[in-house]
Each structure stands twice: as structure tokens, then as C-alpha cells.
Design a protein around this ligand. Structure first.
Ligand SMILES: Nc1ncnc2c1ncn2[C@@H]1O[C@H](COP(=O)(O)OP(=O)(O)OP(=O)(O)O)[C@@H](O)[C@H]1O
Ligand SMILES: O=P(O)(O)OC[C@H]1O[C@H](OP(=O)(O)OP(=O)(O)O)[C@H](O)[C@@H]1O
Ligand SMILES: [Mg+2]
Length: 283
């Protein structure tokens, strides 16, 4: 049985649980239960603080984990990463009070900086020849300048609204992060096999999320143009309609290209365009 550690409650929790469920793995969850067993896959789920996950996986207490790269690298175990999961995307940035002068990283020489990421920030500054005084605090970092604890901060930024709401201005991006799957490096052959099965499912789910199934009607004369726009996985499925001179085309389209392609399809004569979500996609 594989043991997977995920965050108990926080920014990673919901997306981690959704990904496991979309992999077709069922389990009961109750907020007071910190350990649960899947009913249809040899998997045990541990609910932990995210900071503890890299260490538990490194030590083999858990075989796998889902954690932000920021926490993984800060903990000093970047080698445990198996693959990116595409959610909880954020960056670790340096910020200063909105009115403070700032031209370059040199301006942080000798400055007090509050952060929860002293390792990542320390390395970033050292590489740039900057010596600053790092004050490690575990949360609410953005408050530090306004209470006189530090002149600058380094913390996670996503929309930027926490910085804005606290009168701060982002000045440098130190690190970019997303949620990653991590694994212990000495898994048994049986556990490696289960990890491969799990990764296969996760990849099928993620590929499906990035794509849509598209159906449309088109005049036969427009078919070549439609095929150019919708190459599909191998090639689109084309079936004749009951009405002479028309075909139905079925294909797969990348979500990012969808709106752009749809307007081009309409321009070449496509009608009745239907778009459906895909549950799993195996290449
Ligand atoms: N605003 C955000 N947008 C996107 N991802 C974020 C954001 N804030 C944090 N993250 C990512 O989610 C992870 C967990 O964030 P969260 O704020 O839940 O951590 P935490 O408060 O340290 O949780 P815990 O109680 O488990 O220690 C972060 O390490 C980061 O990778
Ligand atoms: O740029 P934004 O979209 O505003 O997001 C950034 C904020 O999100 C995180 O905190 P979170 O809200 O998870 O609270 P926490 O301090 O409890 O971790 C992070 O520590 C920042 O404070
Ligand atoms: Mg934490």
C-alpha cells in the first residue's frame, strides 16, 4: 500500500483531493480523521501540515506527497520532485512599501527582510552579492514593514491583492512555484509500480482537463478547411449527415486555443458547434 501525504487544510487541500478523486480513487473523508484508506486502490492518505510533508517523504514515513515547490525547495529536498501538477501556481517575491525608493536588488544591501523562506531567499541574495538581515517569521509576513519589523518582505504572491492591501509593491520575483507530486527515493519495486499507475492516471486527468471534445456540422466543401483547424489526436472523425452535402466532425481541441479556433470554424462555414468536457484522456 502506498502512503500519500497531502495538506490537511489550506491552499493545496481541495485541488489535491479533487485530483485523487478524478483519478477514480474513492475514499471517505471526515475533517477529524487524519488518515484514510482508499476503497478501490492500495492507497492510504495522510492529512498533514504542508511544511512537514517533504521531511516525511524524505524519511519514508510517507511514500508520496503533494506539496508546493516553494516548501519543497525551502525544506532542502528538491530531488524528491516527480512531476508538476499544474495547480497552486504562485511566486515568491520581494516587496517594499509602496512609497519606498527601489531601483535594483543592490538597494536591499544591509536591509531587514521578513520572510518564511530564509533558505530560498538567502541563496537568491547570495548569488547576487547582496547581504541582508533575514528575519524568519511563519506567517502574516506582509504586516512586517507596517509594524517596524522589517523594511522589506519576501512572501508568496498570486493575485497581488495581499501586497496591495498592505501598502506593498512587488520588486523582484525570487522563485516560481506550483504543486508537485513528490516521492521517496527508495521505494520498493511494488510501490514503484503503484506510483507509475497513479502517475498514469494523474496524467490522463490533467490532459483531459486541458482539452475539450468538439462536435460540429459543416458543408462537405468546407471539410478540408475544418480538418486543418481541428487535427485532433490522430485525425478528426467525419460522418455524413442525413442531409446531403453535410458532415458531422468530431475532434479534440486544446482549451487555450478553443475560442480562437471556434471563430475560424464559423468563418469557414461550420454550424451547430457543441463542446463537451473530457473526463480522461489517454494518448
Ligand atoms: N495565494 C496563493 N495562490 C496560489 N497558491 C498559493 C497561494 N498561497 C499559497 N500557495 C501555495 O499553496 C501552499 C500552501 O499554502 P497555505 O497558505 O495553505 O500554507 P500554510 O498556511 O503554510 O498551510 P499549513 O497550515 O498546512 O502549514 C503554499 O506553500 C504555496 O505553494
Ligand atoms: O497575492 P494574493 O492572491 O493575495 O495571495 C498571497 C497570499 O496568499 C497566501 O496566504 P493565505 O491567504 O494562504 O494565508 P496564510 O497566511 O494563512 O497562508 C500567501 O502567504 C500570501 O499572503
Ligand atoms: Mg505551512
Amino acid at each position: 500500500m502506498l502512503r500519500l501525504a497531502i495538506q490537511k487544510s489550506g491552499r493545496l487541500s481541495e485541488d489535491s483531493l479533487n485530483l485523487i478523486r478524478e483519478c477514480g480513487i474513492s475514499f471517505l473523508s471526515a475533517s477529524y480523521k487524519l488518515k484514510t484508506e482508499a476503497t478501490n486502490f492500495p492507497l492510504e492518505i495522510l492529512y498533514l501540515r504542508d511544511d512537514d510533508i517533504p521531511g516525511y517523504v524524505q524519511d519514508g514515513v510517507a511514500d508520496l506527497g503533494i506539496v508546493g515547490q516553494n516548501v519543497l525547495v525551502e525544506a532542502g529536498f528538491p530531488g524528491l520532485e516527480v512531476e508538476g501538477l499544474g495547480f497552486s501556481k504562485c511566486r515568491l517575491s520581494l516587496a517594499v512599501p509602496r512609497a519606498a525608493a527601489y531601483d535594483s536588488i543592490e538597494d536591499l544591501q544591509g536591509v531587514n527582510i521578513a520572510t518564511s523562506y530564509p533558505q530560498i531567499l538567502g541563496q537568491y541574495l547570495t548569488e547576487r552579492g547582496v547581504k541582508a538581515n533575514l528575519h524568519t517569521i511563519s506567517g502574516s509576513v506582509e504586516i512586517a514593514p507596517s509594524i517596524g519589523l522589517a523594511e522589506a518582505i519576501c512572501d508568496i504572491v498570486s493575485s497581488g491583492s495581499t501586497l496591495l492591501g498592505n501598502g506593498l509593491r512587488e520588486v523582484e520575483t525570487v522563485f516560481r512555484s506550483e504543486a508537485v507530486l513528490i516521492a521517496n527515493q527508495n521505494l520498493s519495486a511494488e510501490k514503484k509500480e503503484l506510483l507509475e499507475q497513479l502517475q498514469f492516471r494523474m496524467q490522463a486527468v490533467r490532459r483531459a482537463r486541458r482539452n475539450k471534445y468538439i462536435l460540429l456540422n459543416a458543408p462537405v466543401a468546407a471539410l478540408d478547411a475544418v480538418k486543418q483547424l481541428l487535427p485532433g489526436i490522430k485525425s478528426p472523425t467525419v460522418t455524413p449527415l442525413a442531409e446531403e452535402g453535410w458532415v458531422s466532425v468530431q475532434s479534440v481541441v486544446n482549451e487555450d486555443d478553443f475560442w480562437h479556433i471556434t471563430s475560424q470554424l464559423k468563418a469557414v462555414g461550420a454550424e451547430g458547434i457543441l463542446v463537451l468536457p473530457i473526463e480522461k484522456m489517454i494518448s
